[in-house]
Ligand binder design. Structure first.
Ligand code: PMV
Length: 364
């Protein structure tokens, strides 16, 4: 990934995926959520992306995924067209984008969150450097979050460290449907050692894309009560995060995971995404919790894989439990060992020939 040619401008970021504890399900307008959501970023599941701008060539976007040119470039081109309303310089350039994921495509981890997070950070950096704006300001992260949201809603929660909230809630005046906000202040240290064992039940392609899934909420009989439930759950969960209440955390997280699937099962058309092995894992996790009194719980995205959440201090016991009782229900015994992460990282300051202030006659 080089960008040393004249008129080539480079930005490079690493951005994590995230897992929602209060789920975003249903949207309105353009990529705005029906309800607020709360998530944390992972440490080991991330995307690295570099964006190079060129003045020549006739292809608007050349997109390389894991080193090979990828048809995902078409979606990126549409996305760039959309955000060019805000960053007009986008229209003047051709883009060469390289992207790489730390996790396999089929791992059941939302790759759109980390991919759009990384791309949005690159675009925001290019824009801020061009206009001479500070790239480590709250405004920078907010803009990156907003831009990420336009690619994939949940991606807006990937640009901060630890926990984030996206969507308007009475909890924070600064909360917004346009971008996520960070919850870094005040979260009890108990949660800094949060672990996520991703138990792979089925690595096949998703039965329902998230855009189809969100649309199911448009006419859903339970729409109003689901929105009310999410607000209640986010209040409860935030309180649990502040006070270090693991029991409350577990109750809310499992309620949210099962409510997401309840919404899918009761929509028209209806989707049943949990597999027999997903249910077996859920039952075993609950039984283990009851018997051992070790605080473990599960959350689930729009698929069959189970994210088992636990705490650092129980790592040995929980890993022994995974080996002993859970691997038999995972596809080829596969699971991913992840944990709460510290957010995105700038990989280079490789903005070779951008002007450093907005007053310069730059290439934009
Ligand atoms: O960001 P999308 O459109 O891929 O939707 C994500 C939806 C869930 O993963 C099921 C929930 C969430 O809040 O991440």
């Amino acid at each position: 990934m080089t960008g040393t040619a004249k008129h080539a401008h480079l930005s490079q970021w690493k951005c994590p995926s995230n897992i929602a504890l209060v789920k975003y399900w249903g949207k309105r307008d353009f990529q705005k959520p029906m309800n607020p959501s709360l998530s944390f970023v992972l440490r080991n599941a991330f995307t690295e992306t570099s964006v190079e701008l060129h003045k020549n060539g006739d292809q608007k976007v050349t997109y390389y995924f894991e080193g090979a040119e990828s048809p995902f470039g078409e979606r990126i081109e549409k996305y760039l067209n959309h955000v060019s309303g805000q960053f007009t310089w986008i229209n003047k350039y051709n883009f060469r984008i390289h992207s790489h994921n730390s996790f396999p495509h089929s791992a059941g981890i939302a790759s759109s969150a980390s991919s759009f997070g990384a791309l949005a950070l690159c675009l925001t950096e290019l824009d801020f450097v061009h206009s001479g704006k500070e790239t480590d300001s709250p405004e920078f992260w907010q803009k990156a979050s907003e831009l990420a949201r336009m690619g994939s809603g949940s991606a807006c929660r990937s640009v901060y460290s630890g926990f984030s909230i996206w969507g308007q809630t009475q909890l924070f005046e600064s909360s917004s449907d346009e971008h996520a906000i960070t919850l870094s202040d005040g979260v009890n240290p108990v949660f800094s050692g949060l672990r996520d064992a991703i138990l792979m039940v089925d690595s096949g392609t998703k039965e329902v894309s998230s855009s189809v899934g969100h649309r199911l909420m448009d006419e859903h009989h339970y729409q109003r009560s689901r929105i009310a439930q999410a607000h209640e759950n986010i209040n409860e969960l935030y309180l649990a995060l502040l006070t270090g209440d693991q029991e409350k955390f577990i109750a809310v997280v499992e309620n949210e995971a099962l409510s997401l699937h309840a919404m899918m099962m009761t929509s028209n058309p209806s989707f049943l995404l949990l597999k027999p092995n997903s249910l077996e894992l859920i039952n075993r996790i609950r039984r283990f919790r009851e018997k051992s009194q070790i605080p473990v719980c599960f959350t689930i995205d729009a698929g069959p894989n189970i994210h088992m959440l636990y705490f650092q201090e129980n790592e040995l016991d929980v890993k022994a439990f995974i080996e002993r009782e859970l691997l038999a229900f995972c596809e080829n015994g596969k699971w991913i060992d992840d944990r709460i992460g510290s957010g995105p990282e700038r990989l280079s300051d490789g903005l070779m020939d951008w002007p450093s202030t907005s007053s310069g006659a730059g290439p934009i």
